[in-house]
Design a protein around this ligand. Structure first.
Ligand code: PLP
Length: 472
């Protein structure tokens, strides 16, 4: 058993390890270079009967586990969207773990509840979200989208879905574009609305929803006795960062009484920059919006900021009050247990509080602005390169392109070349990129958003891409 003094010794040692890890992260390959099953083969098949020393456990961690880690905090991590972290966030996370508080009710941790409300309002002010949005921290954007869908379902059925089930209510329909994250379809399935009732909206040349098509479908569905329940709009969708026209979508939702959820999981953090706020035009029509500080605001996973216009509707949808959860302060305070699917909640606001205070709004703005600036430079290089082409307009710090050597015009061959290029780059470990399909074509996404990324990392990444492509 570990006593307090041994904990102190080990903790100091591990903090030293963490600092060395952060400081020396560039020496690791970005993507783990192991084969499936390689790490499992090193781990015992059963648990130890007797206590093992922390020295031994830590040694095994370093030797057996670390080679199987992909380094999301590496400055040359350009894959997916980032899940960035930062020293202040890690410090707060250590305190959260030490406190080990379960923050489901105000009473079970008043400071956690009150800080969550306060910090999410700071974030609302920082991002320019309208007054009247109330925030809650969810585990993920998927969780927030599910909450939005459930709320919309209940509003559209006069709260009968929860009570009597969906058998005797009209068919509910939902609307989103093919660019929207798959979390939407998952939410629709979990909410029992049926994936067949999720209408996929066509997009324009910039991959944005065509509002007239949305209205046409809503009218068509109403005529067929369906009840249009929810529209999920994207600001910064995953593939190429598509931005839907919120104002027009919002006007249509208002006219037809349809719930509007905005998924800005990645892009929302950039709203701390006034120059990105054009994307939010029409946000006053949204019933809810989510973005993830755990993607692009230096706050380690998990921390998803979910804002709702009408908390009562969300609470009405999710509330369950068994005797053991009643408290004296009920009704006078916020009990966040009613705002999300899980009952239990970690003290996640602390890391956001540490991060915002430690960097200051201007410090955060500077970092995100730098990422966007590097992406703009990269876009210029791709545009100027003879053998590469942009396949979608750059959005914030996401650039999508492909290798297109002169003389090769067969689409299947281009797909094969680009796939081979990504594989070879990722196997090399110097950078990490992921792919998407743009109008059927295989394309490479280069997203910049890692805490430690500097211009030199982006430049080195681009050089590596060009050199590797020329050797294919
Ligand atoms: N929405 C968008 C636009 C995303 O890019 C992602 C993940 O990358 C999600 C939703 C899902 O996020 P989460 O992992 O927080 O559920």
């Amino acid at each position: 058993m570990m006593d307090i003094e041994e904990f102190r010794r080990q903790a100091h040692r591990m903090v030293d390890w963490m600092a060395d890890y952060m400081g020396g992260i560039e020496s690791y390959p970005v993507r783990a270079q192991v084969k499936p099953g390689e790490i499992a083969a090193k781990l015992p098949d059963g648990p130890p009967a007797q206590s093992e020393s922390m020295d031994l456990i830590f040694e095994d961690f370093q030797r057996d586990v670390m080679p199987g880690m992909t380094h999301w905090q590496h400055p040359s991590f350009f894959a997916y969207f980032t899940a960035n972290s930062s020293p202040p966030s890690v410090l707060a996370e250590m305190l959260t773990a030490a406190l080990g508080a379960q923050c489901m009710l105000w009473q079970t941790s008043p400071a956690a509840t009150e800080m969550e409300t306060k910090v999410l309002d700071w974030l609302r002010q920082m991002t320019g979200l309208p007054d009247g949005f109330h925030g809650v921290i969810q585990d993920s954007a998927s969780g927030a989208i599910l909450c939005a869908i459930l709320t919309a379902r209940e509003q559209a059925t006069g709260w009968q879905g929860n009570k009597a089930g969906l058998k005797n209510v009209p068919r509910l329909t939902a609307y989103t574009s093919g660019e929207t994250h798959s979390a939407t379809e998952k939410g629709i399935k979990i909410a029992g609305m049926g994936a067949d009732n999720l209408r996929k909206l066509p997009v324009d040349e910039n991959f944005a929803v065509i509002p007239e098509e949305l209205e046409r479908m809503i009218v068509e569905d109403k005529a067929a006795d369906a009840v249009p329940a929810i529209v999920i709009a994207s600001i910064g969708a995953t593939g190429v960062g598509a931005v839907d026209p919120l104002r027009r979508i919002g006007e249509i939702c208002k006219k037809h009484g349809v719930f509007l959820h905005v998924d800005a999981a990645w892009a929302g953090s950039a709203w701390i920059l006034p120059e990105t706020r054009w994307m939010m035009d029409g946000m006053e029509y949204a019933d809810s919006v989510v973005f993830n500080p755990h993607k692009w605001m230096f706050t380690n996973f998990d921390c998803s900021a979910h804002y709702v216009r009408d908390p009562d509707a969300l609470i009405h949808t999710l509330t369950i009050l068994p005797e053991f959860l009643k408290s004296r302060e009920q009704g006078q305070v916020i009990d966040y247990r009613d705002w999300s699917v899980p009952l239990g909640r970690r003290f996640r606001a602390l890391k956001l509080w540490f991060v915002i205070r430690s960097y200051g709004v201007e410090g955060l703005q500077e970092m995100i602005r730098a990422h966007i600036g590097y992406a703009e430079e990269l876009e210029g290089r791709i545009d100027a390169a003879e053998d590469f082409e942009l396949v979608a307009p750059r959005v914030l710090a996401l650039t999508t392109f492909r290798y297109h050597p002169k003389g090769v015009d067969d689409e299947a061959e281009l797909d094969r070349l680009n796939e081979a290029l990504i594989m070879r780059l990722n196997d090399g470990g110097k950078l990490y990129l992921t792919q998407t399909r743009v109008r059927g074509k295989y394309a490479i996404r280069f997203n910049i958003g890692q805490t430690w990324t500097e211009r030199r990392h982006v430049e080195a990444g681009w050089r590596e891409i060009v050199e590797t492509a020329s050797g294919l």
